[in-house]
Design a protein around this ligand. Structure first.
Ligand code: PGA
Length: 249
């Protein structure tokens, strides 16, 4: 049985004092969960949140990283830097980064490799636009994104990659994919992994659903056969609401 992994993505929200208050409240609400809990926070919150979450079951991630270790890349943060302060996870290839910051399948792949080189676990986002969906291209898009993201990784690295299937039309819109629909897309992603890395790897990979997950729809989604938890944006900004999602059953 795969574990359930629930990750919050705060995006560009929360000042350090708000982040600290959040963790203080959230910690006791999720301390008894058997699910894995991750919070992916802005760079400026990382240090505070890591300190505050020490000794709890809350794991901390960033929302991006650069693929180079160091050098003349003004404004960027490397995997080595994240690792050095105790970060364990990193979101890579979120659709907002692909859309607004020109990330490509190639840069996503380089970042994933650099994440592993620095002992960070990547949470890799894939998903189709509404246009692509309406053109009947969902499966083609998400399986291609998955294949290209994972290219050149070892079986063990693929096993330790978390994939988040996030249909772009469902992100921040209040529209959620139906649980059957999300499960179907996720099964396609798993089959693509099976094709390239074998059944054992495919059965182990955690694949989340993301896109307008809330406490009212989390249970239905997360209990589907292939959905191993979620990547949660808006609803992760309130500790009580996010705790309900983490404690969905
Ligand atoms: P949302 O965002 O939950 O606000 O739709 C999800 C995400 O972008 O990861």
């Amino acid at each position: 049985m795969r574990r359930k992994v629930i990750a919050g993505n705060w995006k560009m929200n929360m000042l350090p004092n708000e982040a600290i208050e959040y963790i203080q409240e959230f910690e006791s609400l999720v301390k008894d969960t058997k699910n894995e809990v991750i919070l992916c926070v802005p760079y400026t919150d990382l240090f505070y949140v890591l300190n505050c979450a020490q000794g709890t079951n809350i794991k901390i991630g960033s929302q991006n990283m650069h693929w180079e270790e160091k050098g003349a890349y003004t404004g960027e943060v490397s995997g080595e830097m994240l690792k050095s302060i105790g970060v364990q996870y990193v979101i890579i290839g979120h659709s907002e980064r692909r859309q607004y910051f020109a990330e490509t399948d190639e840069t996503v792949n380089r970042k994933i490799k650099s994440a592993f080189a620095n002992e960070l676990n990547p949470i890799v986002c894939v998903g189709e636009t509404l246009e692509e969906r309406e053109a009947g291209k969902t499966v083609e898009i998400i399986t291609n994104q998955t294949r290209l993201a994972l290219e050149g990784l070892s079986e063990n690295q693929v096993k330790n990659t978390i994939i988040a299937y996030e249909p772009i039309w469902a992100i921040g819109t209040g529209k959620t994919a139906t649980s059957e629909d999300a499960n179907h897309s996720i099964r396609e992603i798993r089959q693509e992994i099976e094709k390239n890395y074998g059944k054992d790897v495919a059965e182990e990979v955690i694949i989340q659903y993301g896109g307008s997950v809330k406490s009212t729809n989390a249970k239905e989604l997360f209990l589907m056969s292939d959905i191993d938890g979620g990547l949660v944006g808006g609803a992760s900004l309130k500790p009580e609401e996010f705790a309900k999602i983490v404690n969905f059953e």
